[in-house]
Design a protein around this ligand. Structure first.
Ligand SMILES: [Zn+2]
Ligand SMILES: [Zn+2]
Length: 175
């Protein structure tokens, strides 16, 4: 389609519409009083023809591709393919979450050697986190997490508190 300017875009649009409705090249050609080779050629130039008489193309045109940029799986639900729909359902967004630590054995708080339990933090620090957060004592997450250690944990995957995660996401340069 790139760079190609049909002489009569309106006509091409109508041809494509018929084609999408299931008409063959020959039938489309008849409607417009042209040869089916001509239709084939125009479609080809416009990037919508195929060698198998248009069936594959028709399929692709009729069945929508996943809305996710760069994904060419067929859309199943809400315009997304299965994978991206599941992602949307589970995470509320189709943008891939940055993958954090599986776990290196420790809580995200620097210097803490406890295994993590919740949101990347050990029992104690998770409790602290919530309590302090509620009381407004954690004003600097950077300071609380001691980013250096978090940095060492990046690149693997684990569940982190949404708050910590979004902090990490928006402070990528720190990590
Ligand atoms: Zn997809
Ligand atoms: Zn801890």
């Amino acid at each position: 389609m790139k760079g190609y300017k049909p002489r009569n875009p309106e006509r091409l649009k109508r041809m494509v519409a018929l084609f999408k409705q299931g008409k063959t090249f020959v039938e489309v050609a008849k409607e417009f009083g042209v040869s089916h080779q001509y239709v084939q050629q125009v479609f080809k130039k416009a990037g919508i023809a195929s060698s198998d008489g248009g069936n594959a193309i028709r399929r692709r045109m009729c069945e929508q591709e996943c809305k996710y940029d760069g994904c060419n799986r067929l859309a199943k639900t809400k315009g997304y393919c299965n994978k991206h729909y599941q992602r949307l359902r589970v995470y509320g967004t189709v943008t891939p979450k940055r993958k954090f630590v599986e776990h290196d054995g420790g809580c995200l708080v620097d210097g803490c050697t406890e295994p993590f339990r919740f949101g990347g933090l050990c029992n104690k620090h998770a409790t602290n986190f919530y309590v302090n957060k509620r009381e407004g004592k954690i004003t600097d997450l950077n300071d609380y997490l001691k980013v250096k250690k978090a940095k060492a944990l990046m690149g693997k995957r684990y569940a982190v508190f949404t708050e910590i995660r979004s902090f990490m996401e928006s402070n990528k340069e720190l990590f």
